[in-house]
Each structure stands twice: as C-alpha cells, then as structure tokens.
Design a protein around this ligand. Structure first.
Ligand SMILES: [Zn+2]
Length: 356
C-alpha cells in the first residue's frame, strides 16, 4: 500500500509557465521599514537555517560549486545572536529550520560534540529563549529518529506523532506557526530492514534508475526531486495539517508554515522539492487567506515566490555557504497588518500583508 500519494500533473516534468502560477512578485518594499523605527511590532522572532556546523576543514559541496565553511558557521550563528540581542526590538523565539550540523560529523564520529558546540552559540547568548528546531536530512545522517526525539533538537510533543516530529504553537493572538516533518516518509534515519525504509526506497527506485539514489542523472524537471536526500509527508501528518488549518480558519487565525524541504517549484531548485509537494500545495490552497507563508531551507541558494493563492514561499539561504564577511539570517517583525521579514546578508527583505 502506498504510504504517500504522489500526484503528478501536467507540469511535473517541465518548469512552470506564467499561466500556471502567478508572476513572481517579491513585494519587497524597503520603505515599509521606515515605520519600524517608530512603531513597535507586536513581537519579533528570528529565522536561521542550514548552519551545517562541523569541526572540520572547509570543503566543496558535491557538485563543487559552493564552499562549505564549517567552522565559520559557528561564528556566523554567534554574530546572528548578537544582532538579535542588540536589535531595537527583542526577539521572542528563534526558528531553526534544519541541517544544524553537517553529515561529515557522523563520518568523523563527532555528532554529539559538534551539536553541543553549535547549540552553545545560541544558549550562551540567550539563556532561556525558546528555540524551535525542525529536522533536515543532515539531522538524520547524524542521528536516528529515536535519538532526535530524546535529544535537544526535539521541540514538539511527540506523544501522538513519534517517530515523526511536528507541531504547532501560537505566536500571538491570531497568528500561529505550524512546523512540519518533511522527512516523515524517507529512507533516512531509520533501520534498513524497516517497512518504512523499504517503502521509501521502492518509491525512489520507481522514479530514479541510478545506482546511487542521491544521483539525479537522467531525471528531468520536477522528477529530479526523487533523490534520497529528500522526503515526503504521510497521510497521518496530512490529516493533522488539514485539521490544524481548519481550526485556525475557524478561529480566524493566520498561519505561517515551516518545513525543511520547500514545496513550490518556483521557490527552489527542483532537485530540492518535497516528494509529494503537489499534494501539500493543494491542501494549503484550500486555506488561502489563512496560510500566509511557507518558509523552508534545504536549497542553499534560497528562493522566493508568491503563488497564485497569495501564499509567500520563502526558501532561506544557508549559513554554511556564506562568503567571508557576510551572513544569512532574518528577523520577522509581526504587525497587525503585515509581517516584515528583515533579512541580513544573503537573505532579502519581504513584506507580507495580512490582517491579524
Ligand atoms: Zn542543508
């Protein structure tokens, strides 16, 4: 029995055309920040992703296009925390969107030390600030799901969701965060003789004929997403998401959704898309007006797209691939009539209109 529905459509092997999606419209409005100087937001919070810390010398990524500066990543996190500490408005929490340490830590057998080292960059600056973590593929290269659930990267009550890790919390009246586990269905972090591993591998092999399942050679367009470093969302989490969105809509709340893997083909490289992105998009589109944004990491070059249902898809640039003297994090300032996302370094600045 299929664990997730892979819905293919007419655009599955070719890039989207303007008639299929709204034209890109970043709605970047620097002047909107003028009032940031005088009107305090309801609250602010931090966003950071793909830190990939490792106590390891810098090395090129797989395709040799970007240098991963592993130790520099810790310095940049510390810098981000200092920025938030000295900002005009205090932040209330941080969202860390996954890949906090790199897979190389597992090879070096330094996963726990390296994780503690990077978490310390947050805790030495913020003694008791909540940090909500979600899990990327690199968490699953370093730890099993059981280890993650029992460790410092578990941010949600997993009593009813284990071994998956997803949850929700209220940011302020009428605004909610929903955090997804985009590797609920995957071949990572689980025993190779488990039913879940067998099913995920079967799905991959159906779409990807390469010997190495991380290799997209021969795959075209959206089909390139069928690689082992991606994953999908199972029906149990889909049902939960629908329930959460229905309740939010009934309460007249707005929702920001976060997940490690992006879900819109125009907001990332197709190689980095969720396996069942279309199914999730279709669900979110039933709740247009409620869902304001989907914020992800995973594609280290980042991306942005406002879709035809006015949902803003932000894929945030990775910390680990920052050139020297730059950084990559953002602060979200929540106002009654908009969210102002103030990026630093590689991340842009965005305004999302809403009525809270
Ligand atoms: Zn990453």
């Amino acid at each position: 029995m299929a664990t997730i529905a892979i819905v293919e459509d007419e655009i599955s092997t070719s890039p989207p055309t303007p008639s299929m999606f709204a034209a890109p419209d970043p709605d970047i409005n620097q002047s909107s920040f003028d009032r940031n100087e005088t009107i305090a937001p309801i609250l602010s919070f931090g966003l950071i992703t793909d830190i990939h810390y490792a106590d390891h010398d810098d090395r090129w990524n797989y395709v040799k296009t970007h240098l991963r500066r592993y130790r520099n990543a810790a310095k940049l996190v510390n810098e981000a925390c200092n920025y938030w500490l000295n900002g005009k408005y205090p932040i209330s929490f941080i969202l860390q969107l996954g890949d906090i340490i790199d897979g190389i830590c597992s090879t070096n057998k330094t996963s726990i030390n390296d994780l503690n080292m990077i978490l310390e960059q947050f805790t030495k600056n913020f003694k008791s600030l909540p940090i909500y973590h979600i899990w990327g593929n690199h968490e699953l290269y370093n730890f099993t799901r059981e280890e993650l659930i029992n460790g410092p990267l578990c941010s949600f009550d997993t009593k009813d969701t284990s071994p998956a890790h997803y949850g929700t919390f209220e940011v302020c009246p009428n605004l909610r965060i929903i955090a997804l586990d985009t590797y609920e269905f995957s071949a990572l972090g689980i025993e190779h003789d488990s039913e879940a591993y067998i099913q995920a591998t079967e799905l991959l092999k159906k779409h990807n004929q390469n010997e190495q399942l991380n290799d997209p050679t021969g795959l075209r367009g959206h089909q390139r997403r069928f690689v082992q470093f991606n994953g999908g969302i199972k029906s149990k989490q889909m049902d939960w998401l629908k329930e959460q969105l229905t309740e939010a809509k009934n309460r007249n709340e707005k929702v920001i959704i976060i997940g490690h893997i992006p879900i819109h083909p125009s907001a990332c490289d197709h190689l980095d898309l969720l396996w069942n992105y279309k199914e999730v998009l279709d669900l979110l589109w039933q709740f247009d007006g409620t869902v304001l944004a989907y914020i992800a990491g995973h594609d280290h070059d980042g991306g942005y797209f406002r879709d035809r249902k006015n949902i803003h898809h932000l894929t945030l640039q990775a910390i680990v691939e920052c050139d020297p003297n730059t950084n990559s994090f953002a602060t979200v300032h929540v106002y009654n009539d908009c969210l102002l996302i103030e990026g630093v370094g590689r991340i842009g600045t965005y305004k999302i209109d809403c009525q809270l």
